[in-house]
Design a binder for this molecule. Structure first.
Ligand code: OSB
Ligand code: MG
Length: 369
């Protein structure tokens, strides 16, 4: 398929409520929507780099630069029949996984449409619905947090992930456990601790957490391996796993026993699938993380999470958890059983509403072969 034109669009989406982690707070969500035009088809992908270098070093500015000046010139006008071919073309460009994942997702969408199948099917997905969990940020006090959890459970979310940090951890989890003794619960520190906090972190074992996500530094494997030896709670890595090789090394040294897979963080859906396959071979469960995606990125995440080894609840919540109005139709909704349906239509299986997309666009550029 010849990549005849590529569009870049920086958009800003207003979150329904602020999202706060151990390291940053988001009230609006900027991202880049990539569109590929080929053979009369349009494929969409979302680049999840955000406002600042908080979660990773990439930002909307760095991603725009790398897409415009390096990635698009490398692929524009080329005839691409596989995602592997795209990956090979982008190999000389080091790092910048979110920028690469944005265009790669658009190619998956176009390739699937050309075959008249869903991205889920093209990836090898086997599920018709995926388990939906919810990630709950840091709030001003514990009573407020307990009310938020109550409300989310009433909506049908069956697994709750709480953001933690030093000073918002033991007391919070104790209160949550007291109120919800049997709830599926996990915690995500976004790298807020160090190995010097070992004896403090050992106290988390009393809460029966499904897992503790990314307790230590954002690129560490070694200290996590040491920590996992000392904890009963399973460690799940997020930030530290940037490539399939990272995943292999992490499993080899038992730096974690679960992996959170995010296509943006690992350079795209193909690498995400490779990590899934590796973990499946080794009997390691995975789940799909989130980056507060619009419906475009969410649709790709849902497709990914339809692969068989996504056996734990995902950070893929309903559109309404994030946005007043999503940029796709129909929006993703939570079913009564706490799942989200995998779209079956061609490509991403959702319709991008151009008029809504245009309304939130801050910056636009089109590149023609
Ligand atoms: O660490 O998983 C994370 C959101 C933005 C950046 C990092 C993370 C998150 C979340 C929310 O936890 C996931 C979502 O609901 O999209
Ligand atoms: Mg995380």
């Amino acid at each position: 398929m010849k990549l005849e034109a590529i569009e870049l669009r920086q958009i800003t989406m207003e979150l329904i409520e602020p999202f706060e982690t151990s390291g940053w707070r988001e009230t609006v969500r900027p991202c880049i929507i990539v569109a590929i035009h080929s053979d009369g088809l349009t494929g969409y992908g979302e680049c999840v780099a955000g406002a600042g270098p908080w979660y990773s070093y990439e930002t909307v500015e760095t991603a725009w630069h790398v897409l415009k000046d390096f990635i698009i010139p490398a692929v524009l006008g080329k005839d691409l029949t596989s995602v592997e071919a795209l990956q090979a073309m982008l190999k000389p460009i080091r790092g910048h996984p979110m920028a690469k994942a944005g265009i790669e997702a658009a190619l998956w969408d176009v390739l699937a449409q050309a075959k008249n199948i869903s991205v889920a099917k093209l990836l090898g997905g086997t599920k018709d619905r995926i388990e939906s969990g919810i990630s709950i940020g840091i709030y001003k006090d514990i009573p407020t947090l307990l009310d938020v959890i109550e409300e989310r459970r009433a909506q049908g979310y069956r697994r709750i992930k709480l953001k933690i940090k030093p000073g918002w951890d033991l007391e919070v989890l104790r209160a949550v456990r007291q109120r919800f003794p049997d709830m599926a619960l996990m915690a995500d520190a976004n790298a807020a601790y160090t190995i010097a906090d070992l004896s403090h972190l050992r106290q988390l074992d009393e809460f029966g957490l499904m897992m503790l996500e990314q307790p230590l530094d954002y690129d560490d494997l070694i200290d996590h391996s040491r920590l996992q030896r000392e904890l009963k709670t399973p460690i799940c890595l997020d930030e530290s796993i940037k490539t399939p090789d990272d995943a292999r090394k992490a499993l080899d040294i038992r730096a974690c026993t679960i992996i959170n897979i995010k296509p943006g963080r690992v350079g795209g859906l193909l690498n995400a699938k490779k990590i899934h396959d590796l973990c499946q071979e080794r009997g390691v469960p995975v789940w799909c993380g989130g980056m507060l995606e619009t419906g475009i990125g969410r649709a790709a995440n849902v497709a990914l999470a339809s692969l068989p080894n996504f056996v734990l609840p995902n950070d893929i919540s309903a559109s309404a958890r994030y946005w007043k109005e999503d940029i796709i139709e129909p929006p993703f909704v939570l079913e009564h059983d706490g799942t989200i349906k995998v779209p079956t239509g061609p490509g991403l299986g959702v319709r991008v509403v151009r008029e809504r997309l245009e309304r939130v666009t801050q910056r636009y550029q089109i590149f023609r072969a």
